[in-house]
Design a protein around this ligand. Sequence first.
Ligand SMILES: *Cc1c(COP(=O)(O)O)cnc(C)c1O
Length: 386
Amino acid sequence: MKGTFPIEKFRELRTPFYYYDTQVLRDTLACIRTEAAKYDNYSVHYAVKANANPKVLSIIRESGLGADCVSGGEIRAAIKAGFPAGKMVFAGVGKADWEIELGLDYGIFCFNVESIPELEIINELAAAKGKVANVAFRINPNVGAHTHANITTGLAENKFGISMEDMDKVIDIALTLKNVRFIGLHFHIGSQILDMGDFVVLCNRVNELQDKLEARHIRIEHINVGGGLGIDYGHPNRQAIPDFKSYFETYDNCLKLRSYQTLHFELGRAVVGQCGSLISKVLYVKQGTNKQFAILDAGMTDLIRPALYQAFHKIENITSEAPVQAYDVVGPICESSDVFGKAIDLNGVKRGDLIALRSAGAYGEIMASGYNCRELPQGYTSDELV
Ligand SMILES: *Cc1c(COP(=O)(O)O)cnc(C)c1O
């Protein structure tokens, strides 16, 4: 089954471009809202790094989610899209002074702190402004998610967060500093996680840490478990909306949340992944020795995930019903890794056909580069193309 697209409108646009189906996005957001609302104290933030297209951001903001930012630029993009600073969290191992100051000036909800030196600098910069910054500590729970090695973040060997052994020390330091207020713990174990068992392991770890803190009479109001819920790249039509029900249920069942605590989530991929496709035109069909190539005008500069993480994207020829043949689908960039898929079954391809690379709403447009002096792809929503 192929996706449905406004082909005639597409013909008028310069390729390659990103296309966002706002119905899918709105249905996804509605599902998140319904499922999270079953629990009194769940607060969901959107991880801006997955897609910061202003039109996409504005639809997400309308749904009432908060924003999870990892740079000053993302804070600016989120503010511009109308996200309230009071619902904004800021993570990242290397926050520059100006980025911290920006967060302080806007009065964001919380800095997710990843090291002692960072904590001291936030305290110093907040003092200079006569402010007190809310801080949560990102704890590295040493949990290995069953996902690609380049997108696990919760192992001791990863650069992220503060080790569990150092947690007590960091909290003690924070309690002595006058311009930071310690309000919570933060975790994020990786991305494209489909095995709920990984989140169960995280919950168990959080429960242990909470018991330790309670024994020390330390009260924390906020637990942030990050994001990471995966999407079904194989079946973008059949499973357009991720299983948020099981996701939130897993936390409800396994995490021992205290009655006074709020549980925060930071979802990126699961929010925007399925609503986006990269639309590209076939430049040439080239016969190789034992295979044929469909050469697209889109390349790894437009969608880097296959080259970077051997990621799979479903590929469809949306302008052909000709009998299926196998093609290696490649881009025009001067890199051997500029391949979207090998031996892919497509309806017979000819020059000028439009090819959709599905499930490209997350970590697609935002990761585009100008390598080879290429222009960045545009992004259009279905609202604009009616
Ligand atoms: C990337 C990131 C997220 C979002 O991850 P997804 O897998 O897209 O849900 C959440 N929190 C932090 C700190 C991140 O770096």
